[in-house]
Design a protein around this ligand. Structure first.
Ligand SMILES: C[S@@+](CC[C@H](N)C(=O)[O-])C[C@H]1O[C@@H](n2cnc3c(N)ncnc32)[C@H](O)[C@@H]1O
Length: 229
């Protein structure tokens, strides 16, 4: 497990990295890649959308070109401070401090869920994907962007030491284990030689009813505000 696949380490990392995130991010994950992923996401104006690991709001901003309102969740206050500057604290973005693996929302709360560049930090990605299946309505879309596994052995060792990198086969395994039946995986890249992203687009199975899993805290308040934490 990589050093940043630890929630405390990731939180500490983003306390400082949040200050330069928007300067560095476009070299890895840029407007073109985000806009292509938004096409696959195919949101309608009135869809209720959750952005998990929303950070400084790079993807949230893109989502707001397609939907009226976005719920944004992140575990880093530093990242959200940057997002507050862009969107205000009480505008079209509803901020929630929280953990991807334990979402503070009731079953079937959303039409669609987006998560870009965050899965690589989660110690148990399958648990988070199960949470996504729980909070999104049957037939709804879940889109996850993560880093594609490097081809060169020297980069593989480095990648494994830092965070989760995975290929399409591993992505398919994670989504299946989390209960998704239909998932498409796409490789995205800014240009030849730059880091590749793997973007997975899944549909929540129609057979999914409200969960009767006693581990689910169905009474967690979906409207609790990031500022209240
Ligand atoms: C690379 S940034 C991605 C930001 C944004 N989604 C984008 O597309 O630019 C990763 C974000 O995931 C958040 N994150 C990491 N682990 C998390 C967890 N367990 N729960 C919620 N957010 C998490 C980090 O705080 C950080 O803001």
């Amino acid at each position: 497990m990589g050093i940043l696949e630890d929630k405390d380490n990731a939180r500490l990392f983003y306390r400082y990295f949040s200050r330069v995130y928007d300067t560095i991010n476009p070299y890895i994950w840029d407007d073109g890649m985000r806009n292509q992923a938004l096409e696959w996401f195919d949101a309608d104006r009135d869809d209720r959308v959750l952005d998990v690991g929303a950070g400084t709001g790079f993807a949230t901003e893109g989502l707001l070109n397609h939907v009226d309102e976005v719920y944004a969740l992140d575990q880093s206050r530093g990242q959200f401070e940057q997002a507050f500057r862009k969107f205000g604290k009480h505008g079209k973005v509803r901020f929630h401090m929280g953990d991807a693996e334990r979402l503070p929302f009731k079953d079937d709360s959303f039409d669609k869920l987006w998560s870009s560049g965050s899965i690589e930090y989660w110690p148990d990605p399958v648990a988070a994907l199960r949470e996504f299946r729980r909070v999104v309505k049957p037939g709804g879309t879940v889109l996850v962007v993560g880093p594609d596994y490097p081809k060169l052995r020297v980069f593989q060792k480095l990648a494994d030491a830092i965070m989760l990198f995975y290929d399409a086969e591993e992505a398919e395994e994670m989504f299946r284990e989390a209960g998704f039946e239909e998932t498409r995986h796409f490789i995205q890249q800014r240009h030849r030689g730059s880091p590749r992203a793997i973007t997975s687009v899944a549909t929540v199975p129609e057979s999914d009813g409200p969960s009767d899993d006693p581990g689910v805290e169905a009474d967690r308040d979906a409207d609790s505000d990031a500022n209240d934490d």
